[in-house]
Structures are given as C-alpha cells and as structure tokens.
Design a protein around this ligand. Structure first.
Ligand SMILES: Nc1ncnc2c1ncn2[C@@H]1O[C@H](COP(=O)(O)OP(=O)(O)OP(=O)(O)O)[C@@H](O)[C@H]1O
Length: 666
C-alpha cells in the first residue's frame, strides 16, 4: 500500500515501505501548513489567538530526574560531607507523537510507565524536577508554556469547584472572566447556555454542585462534564485531559469519552491519559500512544493496534479487552520483573524500528513564520497581563460569586446564625437581669468577656473552614490567569462584610437586653458597634491564621494557641496593670483587651450610686469599677481605633500570606 508521507518543508513523497503502515498517514492537505490556502488562525486585540486546526507534535522527548546533591554532617566534627550523587533516573526516552485535529489521542500504559510525566511535559506543568530535551510544536511552530495556554485547555484529574454554586452559576463566572473582552455580557450568557446543552448538563444546570461529605450535589460524571464545559467555553482547539475517567463507572466513563469524541468531531484536538478503559470506551479513541518504562511501545491508529501487536508476536485474545491486554503485556510485575522488563524492552525496540515510528519522524510541517510571529506577539501581551477581564470586571465577578457562597453555604450563614442566636440566649440566661449592685460588677465583667470570646470564636472558625475549602479553587483559577489575588481577596472581604455586621448586631441585641446592661439606647448602639469591630478582628484573625499556616490541620492546631495569650491579657483574668513587662507587647495586640475596655467604659461611665450593703467595703460608682479594672474613660476612642487598626493589620498580613501561597503554587 502506498503511504503518502509528509516530508520536511511540507513536500509530499510517495512511499511504499513494503507492508501496511499500522498507524497513520498524513497527506499534505491534512496538515495545516503555511502553503495551505485560507486563514489558518485569527488573533484578537484582547490577546487571544484562534487556530482553525491544531496539530500538536512532540519529538524525541527525553526527561531525566534532576539529582539533588545530598550532604550530611559527621556527628563528631560537625563537618558536612558529600554523599556520592545518585544515578540520574531517565523518566522518558525518545518519546515522539502527534495529536491531530478531529481526533482523540489516548495515552495509555501501566502504572509508572511515564504517562503523567509525558502529560506534564506536554502541558509545561510540574516539570521543575526534570531535565527535559526534545521539541514541542504546534502546527510546526516550536512553542513555550505561555503560547500553549493561548490555544489549549487543560482538564485536570481532580474536579475543583465552589460547591455551593450551580453549574450555570459556575459557567457564568467562568464566562465573565475567561472569555475575550470582545464578547458582550449577552453573548457570554448565550455561550453558557449553548455549552450546557452541548455537554448534556441541561438536566442539572440549576442543581447545586455539592461539597463532598457536606452538601449532596452532582454525580462524578456530571462534575467531570462540567470541568470539560468550563474549558469549552473559551473554545480552545486543543484539549488536554489528565485521566478524565478516573473515579467514574464504565457507563459514565463511556459517556464522558462520547462527549470528548463529539468535540473531536467538531475539529478539536484531544489528548488524554487514561487508565484501563472499558472496551466500548477504548473503541472511541482514534489514536493510541502506549507507553512502557518511559518509552513508546506503540503509536498509531487505535483500531490497528491489535494487528500490530499480532505482527510482533502478541496477539490479543478475542474475548479480551484490548486496553487490558496492552497494559498487562507491558506491565512490570514485581514478582517477575526481569522477564517483564525484557518483554517491555523488546516491544519498545520493535516499535522504534516500525513504519509508524519512521513515518512519525518523517512528518514535518512547513515553516509558518506568520503563526510563529502571532503566537509570540500574543504571548508577550499575555505575559504582561494574563487577565482577560479588567480589574473592575474581576472584582464584580468575584464579588458576585462570593455573595452566592455567603448566601448558600450553610457554614457561612445558616450555621453561624443559629450559633449566634443560641450563644446569645445562653449568655442572656446565665447573666439574666443584672441589677445596679455589687454582685453585678463581677457578673457584668464576666459577661463582657464571654461576649468578646464568643464573637471571636464564632468568627474565626467558620472563616478558617471556608478559606481552606476554597483555597484549591483560588489557586487553580489564579494560576490560570482568571483574576488577581487582590481582587479575589477584596471581593471576598466585601461580600462577607454583611455577615460580620449583622451577626454581632443580632448577638448583642439579644444578650444586651436580657442581661440588663446599660439601658441608655446610645450605649446599646455603641455596644453593637464595638461587637461588630470585635467580630471583624476575629474573622480577620481567622484569615491571617489560615494564610500564614501551611495546612488546614495546622491552622486548627495553632489558632487556639495563637488566641490564648490575647485572651489572657484581655483584662479579665489578669489586671491590665499587672501584666509582666516581658508580655506587655501582647496586651497591645489583644482585641480582648480593647473590646473589654470599650464595652466596660460604655457600661460603667457615668453610673452613680451602685447599691451597697451597709458595713461592707463597696465600689460606689462606675468610675471606681473602671479604676479597679485599670481602664480609663479617656481610652475609649483609642480602644475602638485600635480594634479598627487590628482589622487593617491582620487583613494586610492575610493578604500577604495569600500572595505568598499563590506564588509558591506557581
Ligand atoms: N521528578 C521525578 N523524580 C524521580 N522520579 C520520577 C519523577 N517523576 C516521575 N518519576 C518516576 O518516573 C516513573 C513514571 O512516573 P509517572 O508518574 O509519569 O508514571 P504514570 O504512568 O503516570 O504512573 P501512574 O499511572 O501510576 O500515575 C515512575 O517510576 C516515577 O516514580
């Protein structure tokens, strides 16, 4: 059979290698060359490029794990000695392949074959620990990480969403931030509706996505389709999926691959790694790249793989799922490693000599200077600012999404509201109906401490929970250039503000009158204002503790330890003037102290004639109460200002922590 083969600079040569080429053949008209007529790509002012067809090729990819020089200290001399470096490990060896428009290429192999490493290299992600050589080209143009992101979408294995949104809300948010500036709001919303239909999400478009273990929502298959839908919104011509069917049952997996197939049929180029697909799923793949021990064991037409394996002495039994057969044949079993390694080597050597490998090597594109220039120009723009939406548009979209979370996440509003009402009633009942007498002095002091402690704890822990559950979403979206850290953080702060205004107000409104605190209405409103400030210091402290610690567990372990000194030096357990000199700095950071001082002044200022039983040493008026606590009336304004200052400082530290977290993830 005559095979038309693409040669360097786009000339076509007739080639008859003597037997059927087992994998693929390209004719010149198949490949998007500069010589082809018509527009091959379009670029927009806002920094996007759209290729009509994407052919992604990679040639002779070699990857070697970087060897870190280790050293140890000799125990007696404290001198560092070098340990001889380990042998560098070759992860990938001369891996070549091509993913072409209109097809799904499946990358398969046993565990440890090198699939993830290859996908990481193809997507320019997580490769800092590898030394890489070889070329990666799109339509014959060598590309870098930024250029690849201009024309491709990467669907990661784990689906990460804000679980309180519905798919429609999620897609709207994506459309607002990821579609080009040229699209109007109406067009974006129309596109969202189109994608919902295209991805088969109509039935669940307005169902909550769900949070595992907390809120029941979409099935695994629906979530995966939503991940694909989020990427399809921007109409990328190349879709790279990391194990899209993992965690799905065979029916859902087949459904998902069907969706990918329909995208391929529209001219998109699809690459996916896949773990042991069922036979009906496998049948939908166009091309197959089988890997073993970091080498290519087969590249070519998926349907022709059985013939190829038969021709090299490994016929797939008729009743066997071909995918299982290839993986078993190429797997390195621990109990029989030597034989498996030899078999893997023999199969990969045979592939290297095969017509497929030769045809792949000979495939070349004519130089497309125009595309190369356009990619460079657009990438340069994107490097300057990766964001498609303006600062204000980012803020608006993030604010909109955070407001939905505030409204719908039970942890943010419902649970906190119930908690607030319950705790304020408990405090109200414990300290119910205080009179203007000697006993009330101690009781009110305890009540004020309880109010501050409750406002603090009920603000810190919900913030911490929500922050850590949202962090992966923020990391991924920020990494993908959807929004800046400051817009996200500011929008979130403003969206949550009503919660930290309303809940402390409810708390004080209930407990204040039950306890019988100062009945001057102005004093009540001042107490509400002070409580709002304390609750906001609490929530800001929650953000700070979360952003400066490395994990949720660490935050939960350290937050109480961090709060305790501020609580101890809050003026309730230890008189303000008795704080040891070496801890004095802590009192200036204690919102317990500022809150206590402000609420105590608000309560006792101007109170005369506190009832006293005859013959006992009594505190006679409010001023004496304040003196006994070492609080000064003049400090009232300063205490409120310090609470405000603490909010600003802790928010700024939290922002810094978030910036550091987002930088580390890159
Ligand atoms: N940075 C690295 N340093 C050292 N070894 C590495 C590194 N990255 C990958 N490897 C090794 O390379 C081999 C291939 O790993 P890779 O994760 O690519 O395999 P895989 O086919 O994706 O496997 P799985 O299906 O189990 O995820 C493994 O033996 C792995 O331990």
């Amino acid at each position: 059979m005559s095979v038309k083969r693409q040669t360097v600079q786009g000339q076509v040569a007739d080639d008859n290698p003597g037997h059927d080429n087992q994998g693929f053949d390209y004719s010149q008209s198949d490949l998007p060359n500069a010589a082809n007529s018509g527009r091959r790509f379009t670029s927009t002012k806002s920094g996007s490029i759209h290729l009509n067809q994407v052919y992604y090729t990679w040639n002779d990819i070699n990857a070697v794990a970087k060897v870190e020089k280790e050293s140890f200290k000799l125990p007696c001399f404290g001198k560092k000695s070098d340990i001889p470096p380990k042998e560098p490990k070759q992860i990938l060896k001369n891996v070549s392949g091509i993913a072409r428009a209109g097809e799904i290429l499946a990358i398969m192999g046993a565990s440890g074959a090198g699939k993830t490493s290859l996908l990481n290299i193809l997507t320019f992600r997580n490769t800092s620990s590898l030394n890489i050589s070889g070329t990666r080209m799109v339509n014959g143009v060598p590309i870098d990480a930024v250029q690849l992101t201009l024309i491709s979408a990467y669907i990661q294995q784990d689906d990460i969403f804000i679980g309180t949104l519905t798919p429609r809300e999620h897609l709207r948010f994506q459309a607002l931030l990821r579609m080009d500036k040229e699209f109007s709001y109406k067009e974006r919303m129309r596109k969202v509706d189109e994608v919902i239909k295209e991805m088969g999400l109509t039935g669940c478009a307005d169902t909550i996505i769900g949070i595992p273990g907390r809120i029941k929502g979409l099935s695994g298959g629906q979530q995966k389709r939503l991940s694909v839908a989020s990427e399809v919104l921007t109409d990328p011509q190349l879709l790279i999926c990391d194990e899209p069917t993992t965690g799905l049952d065979s029916f859902m997996a087949a459904n998902l691959v069907k969706t990918l197939k329909s995208l391929a049929n529209k001219g998109k180029t699809i690459i996916c790694t896949i773990h042991q697909p069922a036979s009906d799923t496998f049948a939908m793949f166009d091309k197959l790249l089988l890997m073993s021990e970091g080498r290519v064991a087969y590249y070519g037409d998926a349907k022709k793989a059985p013939t190829y394996f038969s021709s090299i002495g490994y016929p797939c039994p008729e009743t066997y799922n071909p995918a299982d057969f290839y993986i078993h044949t190429l797997a390195i079993r621990v109990d029989n490693a030597e034989e498996c390694l030899q078999r893997s080597k023999a199969i990969c050597d045979k592939y290297d000599e095969s017509d497929n490998a030769k045809a792949l090597k000979a495939t070349a594109f004519s130089k497309d200077d125009e595309l190369s220039k356009a990619l460079k120009e657009v990438a340069k723009k994107r490097q300057k600012s990766p964001y498609k939406a303006s600062w204000f548009a980012q803020f608006r979209a993030c604010f909109w999404r955070s407001s939905i979370t505030v409204r719908k996440d039970p942890l943010v509003l419902k649970v906190q509201l119930i908690q607030t009402i319950f705790l304020s009633l408990v405090i109200g009942l414990i300290y119910f109906g205080q009179e203007n007498d000697q006993e009330s002095i101690q009781n009110i002091s305890g009540c004020i401490f309880m109010i501050i402690a409750n406002l603090t704890f009920s603000s810190i822990f919900p913030v911490t929970n929500v922050f850590w559950s949202e962090l992966p979403v923020f990391m991924r979206e920020h990494f993908n250039g959807m929004y800046r850290t400051d817009t996200y953080y500011l929008a979130k702060t403003f969206a949550e503000l009503p919660v930290y205004l309303i809940l402390p107000a409810i708390f004080i409104s209930i407990s204040y009158w039950m306890v019988g605190l100062n009945d001057d209405i102005d004093r009540f409103f001042i107490a509400v204002g002070t409580a709002v400030l304390v609750a906001n210091v609490g929530s800001s402290f929650g953000y700070m503790a979360s952003t400066v610690t490395p994990s949720f567990e660490t935050t939960m372990a350290l937050a109480p330890v961090m709060i305790t000194p501020f609580m101890l030096f809050g003026g309730s357990f230890l008189n303000k003037d008795s704080i040891p000199v070496y801890f004095i700095w802590l009192k200036y950071l204690s919102w317990f102290l500022y809150g206590n001082e402000a609420l105590s002044i608000n309560q006792w200022k101007g109170i005369k004639n506190i009832t006293c039983e005859e013959g006992l040493a009594c505190i006679e008026d409010g001023n004496q109460v304040l003196d006994s606590l070492s609080f000064k009336e003049d400090n009232f304004g300063m205490s409120l200002a310090c609470l405000g200052g603490l909010i600003v400082v802790t928010r700024l530290i939290s922002y810094g922590g978030l910036v550091m977290k987002s930088r580390r993830s890159k």
